[in-house]
Structures are given as C-alpha cells and as structure tokens.
Design a protein around this ligand. Structure first.
Ligand SMILES: Cc1cc2nc3c(=O)[nH]c(=O)nc-3n(C[C@H](O)[C@H](O)[C@H](O)COP(=O)(O)OP(=O)(O)OC[C@H]3O[C@@H](n4cnc5c(N)ncnc54)[C@H](O)[C@@H]3O)c2cc1C
Ligand SMILES: *[C@@H]1O[C@H](CO)[C@@H](O)[C@H](O)[C@H]1NC(C)=O
Ligand SMILES: *[C@@H]1O[C@H](CO)[C@@H](O)[C@H](O)[C@H]1NC(C)=O
Ligand SMILES: *[C@@H]1O[C@H](CO)[C@@H](O)[C@H](O)[C@H]1NC(C)=O
Ligand SMILES: *[C@@H]1O[C@H](CO)[C@@H](O)[C@H](O)[C@H]1NC(C)=O
Ligand SMILES: *[C@@H]1O[C@H](CO)[C@@H](O)[C@H](O)[C@H]1NC(C)=O
Ligand SMILES: *[C@@H]1O[C@H](CO)[C@@H](O)[C@H](O)[C@H]1NC(C)=O
Ligand SMILES: *[C@@H]1O[C@H](CO)[C@@H](O)[C@H](O)[C@H]1NC(C)=O
Ligand SMILES: *[C@@H]1O[C@H](CO)[C@@H](O)[C@H](O)[C@H]1NC(C)=O
Length: 654
C-alpha cells in the first residue's frame, strides 16, 4: 500500500520535475530565501567573468567572518537538524582529548576494519595522508589531535533541499565546500580544512525497471541514488536477475567520484566504463538550483560530469543507468616468479621478464574478446620478482577462455615457464550472485602512486612495444609495483550515448591503465593501513625519484594520458594528461556554471585558480590541510596572504 502511494506520488512529481525519487521532491523554495540572504540562490549569468571574490575561502580561523554559533544554529534548524560537527574518530586515542576513549580507540585499531564503522563515519577518508595525519588512530599517540584537513561541519543529506541549502550557504558565506560520498578518493578530493561538507552517503534509493525507453536507449534500466556502493548493487543484481556495471572495490560509490572520473571495471571491454552507463541524472548546481540533465537537456553538464571530474560542476543526486541480462564472468588466474621458492618458478630473471613481455603483448586478444587482464608485477628482493594476473572474461565459458589464452601458454611454456592452462583454476561467477556482500571492511590506508594510460598504438608492432615494456621493467626493477589493467573501450563498446560524455579520447584509444605504487612515499600498502604520521619526511625526494621512472614511461607513451581517479595529484601538465583534448571545453563549462569557484578539488577542471596554502609543510605531501586561496594574484600580495593565513590556521587541540 505504501508502495502504491509512493509510486503515485512519484508519478505525479516525475510528471512535472523529472525527479527519480520522492526525497528529491523536497526542494528549497524561493520564498524561504527572501528573509534569509545566506541561503539565497545565485545567478551565474550575473557574475562578472573576471569575478575574483575574496582571496581565500573563509575558515574558522577567520573570526570576524566565519558564521557565528547562532548562525550555524539557524542554518541547522533550516536543515531540519541534519548538520553535524564531527571530530576525527582517531581523537579517541589521544589521552589529552575530551574525546579520549580507550575502548573506542582499541575498537578502531583492532576491529573497525571488519565493520562498516569507517564507511558510516562522516569525515573519514580512506587514503589518510591528504588530511595531514593530524589525528591518526594509534596505540602510541605522540603529540595532539587536531581537526586538520577534515571539514568542520557536515550536512548529512537525505533530501535535495539539504544539498541546495549547503550549496547556497557556502557560496553566500564564501566557505570552502567539499562533497564526500564514500571517501575512497586517493587524492584528498573529498576532504578539506575548514570546510562545510555535503555527505551523500545516505542517498540509497534504488528502483529496477525491466523495460524503459529513454532517448536513444531501450531496455533494462535502474533509477539510482548518489550514495549507493558497489556491494549494494551486487545485491540488487542478485534480487532482480540482471547485471550492472559497478566499481571493483565493494565499498566504492558507484555514482559519485567513480562515474565522474570515468570508472573502469571488469565489464568495461564489453559494456563500457561507468560513465557510459548513465542515461540521465539530476544535479544541484553551484547557483543552488536543481536541474535535470540528459544528452539533450543541460548537455554541457551531461558531458562535463561524466568523465570531467567530481566536485566541480555540481552535486549529482540520482541517475538513470543501463542494466544488462545476467552476465557471468570467467576468471582465470596465471602467475609465475623468479628467485622465490613457491609457485611456478622460472630459472632466470631474463626468462621471467621475457614471460611478462610476451604476456603483456597478448593484451589485444583478450580485450577484443571483451575481457580484462588485471595484473601485478613486483620485486621482492634482489633478483626476485613475481608476476600474477587474472583474465576476466564476461560471457565466456571456462573452455572458451582456455582456448582463447592457449597461444599465450604455448609461448610461455616454450620459454621454459612451466605454467599450466588448467580448468581447475578457472572460476565462473555470475556477477549478480557472489558470496556474502555486506560492505564491511573499508578502512583508512595510505597509498601513493603514479599512473598512466598506455595507447593501443604501442601494441602495433614490437618496435614500438619494446621500448614501452623496457620502461615498465626498469620501473619494477627500481622497486615499484606495477599494477596493469588492460581494457579497451571504444565508442562502439560504450554504446549510446557514446561520445557525449567527457571520457577522454586518450582513454578511448588506450589498451592499459596502470598504477605505479610507491610503498615508501606515504607509508602504506595496497589495502593496508598507514601508521601514525605515515607521511614520509623525505616525500619530495621520494616523489622526484618516482617521477624519474614516470618520465621514462611517459616518453615511451607520448600519446598516452592518465586516469585521475587513480593517479598522482602532482601529475605534471595534469590538464592535458588527465583530460586530453577535452580540457578547454571542460574549463569553459566550469567557468560558466560555477563562476564563484564554489566547487573545488585538486586537479579538477578550473582547480588551477586555487591553491591549498599548506602551513604545516607535511614533508611536501600535497595535503588538504590548509586554507584554500586564489592563485593568480601578484606575488607580493600572495606572499602576504600566505603569511596571514599561516598565522591563522587553527591548531586547536581536540
Ligand atoms: C579500494 C578501492 C577500489 C577502487 N576500485 C576502482 C575501480 O574498480 N575502478 C575505478 O575506476 N576506480 C576505482 N577506485 C577509485 C575510485 O574511482 C575513486 O576513489 C573515486 O573517487 C571514488 O568515488 P566515491 O564517490 O566512492 O568517493 P569520494 O571520495 O567520496 O568522492 C570522490 C570524488 O567525487 C566527488 N563526489 C562524490 N559524490 C559526488 C556527487 N554526488 N556529485 C558530485 N561529486 C561527487 C567528491 O567530492 C570527490 O571529489 C577504487 C578506489 C579504492 C580506494
Ligand atoms: C513557499 O512556497 C511553497 C510552494 O511554492 C509552499 O509550499 C510553502 O508553503 C511556501 N512557504 C512559505 C514560508 O511561504
Ligand atoms: C568586470 O570586472 C572588471 C574588473 O573589476 C571590470 O573592469 C569590468 O568592467 C567588469 N565588467 C562588467 C561587465 O561588469
Ligand atoms: C543540529 O540540530 C540537531 C537537532 O536539534 C542536533 O541534534 C545537532 O546536534 C545539531 N547540530 C549541530 C552541529 O549543532
Ligand atoms: C545521517 O543520517 C542518516 C539517515 O537519516 C542516519 O541514519 C545517520 O545516523 C546519520 N549519521 C550521523 C552521523 O548522524
Ligand atoms: C535470469 O535471467 C536469465 C536470462 O535472462 C534466465 O535465463 C534465467 O532463467 C533467469 N533466472 C531466474 C531465476 O529468473
Ligand atoms: C631450470 O634449470 C634446471 C637445470 O638447468 C633444469 O633441470 C630445469 O628443468 C629448469 N627448469 C625450467 C622450468 O626450465
Ligand atoms: C612499426 O610501426 C611503426 C608505426 O606505425 C612503423 O613506422 C614501423 O615501420 C613499424 N615497424 C615494423 C617492424 O613493422
Ligand atoms: C611569481 O613568481 C613565480 C615563481 O617565482 C614566477 O614564475 C612568476 O612569473 C611571478 N609572477 C609575477 C606576476 O611576478
């Protein structure tokens, strides 16, 4: 009965405003703003194109202009009480803090990573160093806990009006605004010192529609809210006997940063990237207005927000996305190593590297069959290397996969690498019915890495391929772990609406995206947790060393680029490397839609207009722990601003 009423309400609301869910009907009305200028809507067309505004975003260190306690209270009342003022969970570990709680600290360190605790925390980001390591959970705290690079206030959004109010309040009061969904971003794009944060985590609604027609698409779709995570979608796939394209990590948000960046996955080579799945979406833009977006309506936003970066053009609230018939994936693992005791060992490092070279050259066979190769090559000591990969083949039986990869196994065996193309290790999973998926387990870590998109042209012939492979080999020999993901997603694979989103032409022409991990830089490991103050004090030197190898890789892939969702926030020439030929158009849209510079995250379009003045100089790490100030002032006044802001930053102990 409730369902019937909701459906009827939804049909009514949809008819007029094109919303997907009832909670989107709760919007901010103009009349509410008349006597409350802090929440007034903006008008982008009225803003001078050379708008500068104040030099820095206001933070709690700006006593005179930071909203007073009663102003926050009024804002909270208008929000219906969903305003939070969270402290970092790690505060529980600091004996000097009023939040000290030995039992909670012990829970954080020994069992929180097996629960949903961190996923449900309003401020935690899962790569910790961008926060500045100011309040790390630790058994042995040295120093104090401060709010650091975490936001000060959080709007726990469950209605569109919550988002509109936060956007308007931040713009009118010149506050720094961040958007946090799951906090998985590797570069600190969902956190910021002194900020007001919009938390989209509890936007969880989902509706499956077996048959739907929208613009150039007909078939299965789902209506989805912005806060849904991959594991939740697996459960819906199971329930409705269908498949959707989702992130690899169970707790990654499917409709926040992942689609905004493009979003790769094990179905990419068959069904396209994450952004390619989106047919329409709803968004709150920087002026506070709520808009419907399709390839034909607000088409600039459709383009920009699907591949052009999160936290830049608006806050996506819901979307209509493609779904597919249930799609089984056969996974076949392959591994060999040299200089170590276990597994399929080979007799010399030269044979090992020749094996990896032959493997990687085989990529087009796999991607053209709709599959992915997901590999790691790493050094475990002098003369000791290991290689492992998985062939992930949608819609293929184990026997078909075995036949497809047999030519590679024949070559490896001829080299003297005794690997077996055995059906025993092949495993077929229907991607809609995996083992228990509860979304537990996300916990802070401290990864740092560079990345590269390798153009397909490098596989044209061995004359071009070999120098590229030599650069990869040199990088692993230097101690970095090379994580290569081979996929191929041209416009044909992407399907409708294809080239109407901002996934860069560079990525469309790529055959591999790879992460190059440096475990020493931020002190962590893949999926591991960083220790206290894990930021390396010699970050600058370590980063310069990584760049030496990245430069070799770049030189051997001159028409390549990089994927910013898994990349280096210090990537040189990031505008071109991350966004390719799309950058000028993305920048133009950013300036037109957000002339106030309200939305900001590092290396996103237009972000070069602002800089985080990092007062703590955390070993040179590009953290979010400092005031956000405009660049482009003459150097004398910038110096003045930096000096002033440094003096003002809050170091208040929590
Ligand atoms: C364990 C793990 C596994 C991963 N697996 C994959 C993978 O398989 N494929 C892949 O492509 N990437 C993968 N990634 C990278 C992932 O794409 C990025 O971390 C991505 O930014 C996560 O988006 P999120 O919304 O979950 O996280 P958040 O950190 O909350 O948000 C990321 C960015 O998007 C912005 N944003 C969030 N929600 C919205 C919204 N509603 N509107 C506008 N902007 C928004 C945020 O402000 C921020 O800038 C993985 C990362 C991790 C840590
Ligand atoms: C403002 O307008 C909305 C709809 O237009 C109406 O529902 C609401 O009662 C009005 N609020 C006030 C305070 O006038
Ligand atoms: C915009 O601002 C600039 C700099 O303050 C000023 O010179 C210019 O006249 C303004 N333009 C408009 C259209 O107001
Ligand atoms: C906002 O209001 C709610 C409800 O009164 C309250 O529980 C919450 O603590 C308030 N938030 C802040 C930051 O004061
Ligand atoms: C945020 O809102 C959701 C939904 O109302 C609620 O379940 C959750 O407890 C809130 N989180 C916090 C930290 O208040
Ligand atoms: C699921 O869908 C497939 C293909 O569309 C069909 O063959 C199968 O019978 C369905 N299974 C169930 C349990 O409905
Ligand atoms: C390694 O070398 C030894 C001795 O030369 C030989 O017996 C063995 O078969 C070789 N192993 C492989 C896998 O080639
Ligand atoms: C390899 O490809 C390049 C670029 O297309 C071409 O110039 C070169 O002649 C090719 N080399 C061989 C050996 O085919
Ligand atoms: C400011 O300093 C930078 C680096 O020192 C320099 O490249 C730039 O030209 C200077 N700008 C002005 C306006 O002086």
């Amino acid at each position: 009965m409730l369902w019937l009423i909701l459906s009827a309400l939804l049909a009514l609301a949809s008819a007029t405003t094109a919303i997907n869910f009832p909670w989107e009907a709760a919007q901010l009305s103009l009349n509410e703003t008349t006597n409350y200028p802090d929440i007034a809507f903006g008008d982008a067309s009225g803003v001078n194109a050379t708008y500068r505004g104040p030099k820095c975003k206001v933070g709690p260190w700006d006593d005179a202009v930071w909203p007073a306690v009663d102003e926050w209270a009024k804002f909270n009342r208008t929000l219906g009480g969903v305003l939070l003022k969270p402290v970092p969970p790690g505060a529980a570990c600091y004996p000097g803090s009023p939040h000290y709680d030995a039992a909670k600290c012990s829970f954080l360190l020994s069992s929180a990573f097996g629960t949903r605790f961190y996923s449900d925390d309003p401020v935690t980001v899962l790569t910790e160093w961008p926060e500045g390591n100011t309040c790390t959970a630790t058994w042995a705290p040295t120093g104090t806990c401060t709010q650091g690079g975490y936001p000060v206030y959080v709007v726990n959004a469950t209605k569109v009006r919550h988002i509109q109010l936060a956007v308007n309040f931040a713009r009118n009061r010149n506050l720094r605004l961040v958007i946090k969904n799951t906090g998985h971003d590797f570069g600190g794009r969902s956190t910021g010192a002194g900020a007001l944060s919009i938390w989209t985590h509890y936007l969880k609604d989902f509706e499956f529609i077996p048959e739907h027609s929208i613009d150039g698409y007909e078939g299965r779709v789902a209506r989805v809210s912005a806060g849904i995570e991959a594991w939740e979608l697996y459960n819906y796939m199971d329930k409705y006997n269908m498949t959707m394209v989702v992130p690899g990590g169970d707790t990654v948000g499917a409709f926040g940063g992942w689609i905004a960046g493009g979003g790769h996955n094990s179905l990419s080579s068959s069904y396209g990237h994450g952004a390619d799945q989106i047919l329409a979406f709803q968004v709150v833009t920087a002026d506070g207005k709520y808009r419907a977006v399709t390839p034909h309506q607000n088409a600039d936003l459709f383009f920009a927000m699907l591949g052009g970066g999160g936290s830049t053009y608006g806050v996506l609230t819901s979307a209509i996305v493609k779904a597919y018939p249930p799609t089984p994936i056969t996974n076949l693992p392959l591994s060999f190593q040299v200089g170590s005791a276990s597994g399929f060992g080979v007799n010399s490092t030269e044979i090992f590297w020749e094996g990896v070279r032959v493997y990687q050259y085989f990529a087009p066979v796999v991607t053209d069959a709709g599959g992915t190769m997901y590999s790691y090559v790493s050094k475990s000591g002098p003369g000791s290397y290991s290689f492992r990969t998985t062939f992930e083949m949608p819609n293929m039986t184990p026997q078909q996969v075995q036949a497809l990869v047999q030519p590679l196994y024949t070559k490896l065996n001829k080299l003297g690498i005794p690997v077996k193309n055995s059906l025993v290790s092949a495993e077929t999973t229907t991607s809609f019915a995996p083992a228990a998926r509860t979304g537990a387990g996300a916990a802070p870590g401290n990864n740092y890495f560079g990345s590269r998109l390798f153009p397909r042209a490098c596989w044209d012939n061995e004359t071009i391929y070999n120098p590229m492979f030599a650069a990869i080999r040199a990088t692993v020999e230097a101690g970095y772990t090379f994580h290569g993901i081979n996929h191929a997603v041209d416009y044909k694979k992407a399907g409708y609406p294809g080239n109407m989103n901002a996934i860069s032409p560079t990525w469309r022409n790529a055959l591999m995206h790879a992460d190059i991990f440096d475990y020493s830089l931020a002190g962590g490991s893949i999926g591991g947790r960083g220790g206290p103050g894990a930021a390396s004090s010699s970050f600058k030197a370590g980063h310069a060393e990584l760049e030496k190898y990245m430069d070799m890789i770049r030189a051997s892939t001159p028409t390549g680029g990089a994927y910013f969702n898994e990349g280096d926030v210090l990537e040189p020439n990031w505008q071109t490397t991350f966004f390719g030929a799309n950058y000028p158009r993305l920048l133009k849209i950013k300036r037109a839609r957000d002339p106030w510079g309200l939305f900001w995250a590092p290396t996103m379009p237009g972000s070069e207009a602002w800089v985080v003045v990092n007062p703590e100089s955390e070993g040179g790490l590009p953290t979010q722990n400092g005031p956000l100030c405009q660049t482009g002032w003459d150097n004398n006044s910038l110096k003045h601003v930096v000096k002033r802001e440094r003096a003002r930053v809050v170091r208040r102990h929590l």
